[in-house]
Design a protein. Structure first.
Lengths: 250, 94
């Protein structure tokens, strides 16, 4: 298989997988029952999206490879997700800010991918776009609700934005696989997505009465397998069963 | 965390042509959030095509204690049921 295409698909799938895993940590701990269900619904949507992609890769690689091998048997450096999605939940403010940043990228990414020259990828994008559109509405409304809420909620959201803003840019910085896929007509032009997604995101931030932090230094590396310490902990939890009992099924 | 969010009652129409039916209730800070919560809590398994949410406080309900004089008088008035008509054979689907 084309290694650039494989890596490009893993970048996409790992974003959905790792964020899905992160959000699932809220299960049973949501601020109220209704949001507990809402945020874990989103977690399941994302894990479902990752599965479509892992299934596609497993089918193409053939042999004894299954969809489970990708999330459960790869090491940290072979995950290509954004640093953004592995950041800890912290509290509801951080979770919503992280989600809103991701959803803006994700929605516009899928909008482009549904016109991809690769029919299998275009079909997955088309199928998951409806869910992503809802995620975007959900996290944007929460951003506005809390940013433009009480003094305390506003402060918490502003703090979260201050911390998260350095993880916004990575999604739009092309790595080798992105450039190869753009060349092949399969992947999107990230600079194009960046313009739309960031202008939408900043508009929601303004509507939330939050202030977009101007001074920051973009952190990158996730798309090439250099992760923050957090990913190791996520994988320790996520992969525990397969590592302890290889091949276990139920 | 705010425990004082108002209660909303949720009504869902399972498909076009049917009426909205009460399915349960939930808490939300306003009607928009109630709609989203209802979507997430009550339509996860394709239960509906339309949602209504109504603040529980805005519903005026009959008092269960009044049931004896409100509803029981109808019990012995079977002539109100349309069961005393001969339906012609030609009329189908009655």
């Amino acid at each position: 298989m084309d290694q650039h295409r494989r890596k490009f698909i893993l970048q996409w799938a790992d974003n959905a997988m790792i964020l899905g895993q992160r959000l699932s940590e809220w299960c049973g701990h949501g601020p109220i029952l209704e949001q507990d269900i809402a945020i874990t619904n989103i977690a399941l949507d994302l894990i479902g999206e990752a599965r479509y992609l892992y299934q596609l890769l497993a089918k193409e690689e053939g042999g004894s490879v299954t969809e489970d091998d990708y999330p459960f048997l790869r090491k940290e450096q072979s995950f290509y997700n954004l640093l953004l999605v592995e950041q800890p939940n912290e509290d509801w403010a951080f979770t919503i800010v992280r989600q809103c940043i991701f959803d803006h990228f994700h929605f516009h990414f899928l909008m482009e991918m549904k016109n991809s020259a690769d029919p299998a990828l275009a079909a997955i994008a088309e199928k998951t776009l409806k869910e992503a559109r809802y995620h975007l509405k959900y996290s944007s409304e929460w951003l506005i609700r809390l940013g433009d809420g009480t003094d305390e909620s506003h402060q918490k959201m502003q703090n979260a934005l201050q911390t998260m803003v350095k993880f916004v840019g990575e999604a739009y910085e092309p790595v080798e696989a992105d450039l190869a896929m753009l060349e092949a007509g399969i992947g999107p032009d990230l600079s194009n997505i960046k313009e739309k997604a960031l202008s939408d995101l900043k508009q929601v931030v303004t509507q939330s009465t939050l202030v977009w932090p101007n001074q920051h230094f973009d952190r990158t590396g996730g798309k090439n397998g250099s992760h923050s310490e957090h990913l190791g902990y996520i994988l320790a939890t996520m992969q525990y069963m397969q590592r302890s009992y290889p091949g276990v099924e139920w | 965390m705010n425990n004082n969010w108002p209660l909303y009652e949720v009504f869902i129409r399972s498909k076009n042509g049917l009426s909205h039916k009460h399915v349960g209730s939930l808490h939300a800070s306003d009607a928009d959030m109630a709609l989203e919560n209802a979507r997430d809590v009550y339509t996860r398994r394709s239960e509906g095509v339309s949602i209504w949410v109504v603040k529980a406080a805005d519903i005026r309900a009959s008092d269960p204690g009044d049931a004896s004089f409100l509803f029981e008088p109808a019990a012995d008035k079977i002539y109100r049921h349309p069961t005393f008509y001969d339906v012609p054979d030609e009329v189908k689907h009655m």
